[in-house]
Write a protein that binds this ligand. Structure first.
Ligand SMILES: Nc1nc2c(ncn2[C@@H]2O[C@H](COP(=O)(O)OP(=O)(O)OP(=O)(O)O)[C@@H](O)[C@H]2O)c(=O)[nH]1
Length: 411
């Protein structure tokens, strides 16, 4: 279900731009031009967030802001200008942010914020502080921006929680705590987890300029001095979450085949090699199947490259479903592979034969041209703990399957 946003704006041209941005980001949009309309809409709907104009014809002193805030709707305030009186009024309320309309970047910034709010719902943040009041204050700031939050009262508890919830991606930690200081916690987290998995923000009220350096040298990504300004807190936090997400995107792209969305050769080799190393310790055999579309060149030549691409995508979808339990990849061109770590050769071969049969009888569903095709499969297993060797053997078996007339599994 789409998230719903309420735009409160009396200038139609501005409301239109805001609506366009919100629709682009993926929200369902309602627009109110007055405070009276705002109240009616709030009584009838459940809003994920609101963008509220500070001055309205029937709300000249920012009265629409408490209206959405009291209804517990995360609120972004848009103002014409931010004089002292407006800023004081705006800062009285726990809003998400305020944006000055005349600013050139205002609408780009609004788009960023509207994208971040739903994103934050899946970001887990751990707050580590022995002071209950500070912890609760930071938690309230995080909840306002829809982050998922956990709390720990010292470093030891924080490490236990990280072990239990590996998907915590941001740690905000105080420095002066019993048992373990924040900088010590930082270096322990860095010893246990990769830099690109978790961001750490250190916080301290101590008046020592060396503390920020200490935090950063021990692996923190950022540092805030207490008491801090809420806007600075949110900016530093968002930048760190953005950074983690950009790294995750780059990693995903580096490991994924662009056409089929399957893992690529690089990722496949890395994972299978790691698995083979583990299997060698247990003296258990891994197995590898190489799957190749028969006469794929003639499919391209007859139906065109786009139809060929459709066939590759269709086959990839079926491979992913059919071999859900196993590691599947597109090695390149019309060549795919399945790696079996914990399977008997008999069971693996039974599944491969089942897949070959399925493709022979259902491949017309892969493309709108209803192209019929078959696949050949080479299978290799044994006490071989190097991927290169296993791959060479499977490739040889694939060659034999092709030579023997295609559309078969050879082991
Ligand atoms: N549409 C499309 N074609 C590709 C892609 N990558 C490789 N190919 C084509 O795949 C074909 C592979 O052809 P060949 O290696 O000769 O093999 P084949 O025609 O399948 O014959 P056999 O394997 O011997 O049955 C070539 O025509 C490549 O251009 C791709 O991403 N999309």
């Amino acid at each position: 279900m789409k998230r719903k946003i309420l735009i409160v704006e009396d200038t139609p041209a501005i409301a239109l731009v805001q609506k366009h941005i919100a629709l682009k980001v993926g929200y369902e949009v309602d627009v109110a031009e007055t405070l009276a309309q705002t109240k009616i809409l709030i009584s009838q709907n459940n809003y994920f967030c609101a963008v509220v104009d500070f001055i309205l014809p029937d709300a000249p002193n920012g009265e629409a802001v408490p209206c959405t805030i009291n209804a517990e709707i995360p609120t972004i305030v848009m103002t014409g200008s931010i004089d002292k009186k407006t800023r004081d009024t705006v800062e009285k309320f726990p809003i998400i942010d305020y944006i000055i309309k005349e600013n050139k970047q205002a609408y780009q910034y609004l788009e960023k914020q509207l994208k971040r709010l739903p994103r934050n719902e899946s970001v887990k943040v751990l707050v580590v502080d022995d002071s209950i009041s500070t912890r609760h204050y930071i938690v309230s700031l995080l909840l306002r921006h829809k982050y998922q939050v956990s709390e720990a009262e010292d470093g030891k508890q924080a490490l236990e929680m990280l072990a239990k919830s590996p998907d915590i991606s941001v740690i905000i930690t105080d420095n002066e705590m019993p048992n373990m200081n924040g900088d010590e916690l930082c270096s322990e987290i860095r010893r246990l987890y990769n830099n690109d998995e978790k961001a750490i923000i250190g916080i301290s009220g101590a008046d020592s300029s060396e503390l920020s350096t200490l935090f950063l040298k021990n692996g923190a990504n950022d540092y805030l001095h207490k008491p801090f300004n809420n806007e600075e807190f949110y900016c530093r936090l968002s930048q760190n979450v953005d950074m983690l997400q950009q790294i995750a995107t780059i990693k995903r792209q580096a490991n994924t085949d662009y056409l089929t969305d399957l893992p690529n050769r690089r990722y496949f080799f890395e994972q299978a090699n790691n698995s083979l190393k583990e299997l060698s310790l247990k003296k258990v055999n891994g197995a590898l199947a190489m799957i190749d579309i028969d006469h794929f060149k003639s499919i391209n030549d007859t139906y065109g490259h786009d139809a060929g691409d459709q066939v590759l995508k269709g086959l990839a979808i079926c491979l992913k479903k059919y071999f859900k339990k196993y590691l599947v990849a597109r090695l390149g061109g019309e060549e795919f592979a399945v790696y079996f770590a914990d399977e008997t050769p008999q069971e693996a071969l039974k599944r491969l034969e089942g897949f070959r049969y399925f493709v022979e009888n259902n491949s017309q569903e892969f493309s709108k041209e209803k192209i019929k095709l078959t696949i050949s499969i080479g299978f290799s297993t044994g006490p071989v703990y190097q991927m290169d060797t296993l791959l060479k053997q499977a490739d040889q078996k694939l060659y034999e399957a092709k030579e023997a007339g295609r559309n078969q599994v050879t082991s």
